[in-house]
Design a protein around this ligand. Structure first.
Ligand SMILES: [Zn+2]
Length: 136
């Protein structure tokens, strides 16, 4: 697929908002059907996941400290009428070690966002949903 950038959205997520809820609402309100997300900032109470192909589910971990968002990147697609934000994160801890994974939730301390909205559609078809957990 070859596409072009339609719009670039640059904004901050307000403190204490859940990053995933905020991004999903923003994408829905602005009808962004296809795009790439880039976030840096700081996050607390993060829950991250590691997809176990053997168990066919996410193994989850709660990160109980405020962390830097060293790298937050994701993509935007649609599943039927619903917008889907898929987002991965690298969290920098106080001891300078990092944790990362598929971001399930986390409250923003600072969230600086750039969304590159692409022209066209990015629908996900059923057979590509193997990583789409039913409990999320
Ligand atoms: Zn993922």
């Amino acid at each position: 697929m070859i596409t072009k950038i339609k719009n670039v959205h640059v904004f901050r997520i307000p403190a204490n908002e859940d990053i995933m809820e905020y991004l999903k609402n923003y994408v829905e309100e602005n009808r962004i059907n296809c795009g790439a997300i880039n976030v840096i900032g700081a996050l607390k109470n993060a829950e991250i996941g590691y997809y176990s192909t053997g168990q066919k589910r996410y193994i989850k971990e709660y990160v109980d400290e405020q962390c830097e968002i060293l790298s937050g990147m994701g993509n935007i697609s649609t599943i039927g009428e619903e917008h889907f934000v898929h987002f991965h994160i690298v969290l920098g801890r106080r001891d300078f070690w990092v944790k990362g994974g598929h971001l399930i939730r986390g409250k923003v301390f600072v969230g600086e966002v750039i969304i590159y909205e692409f022209e066209g559609e990015c629908p996900r078809i059923k057979k590509e949903l193997s990583l789409w957990p039913e409990d999320m």
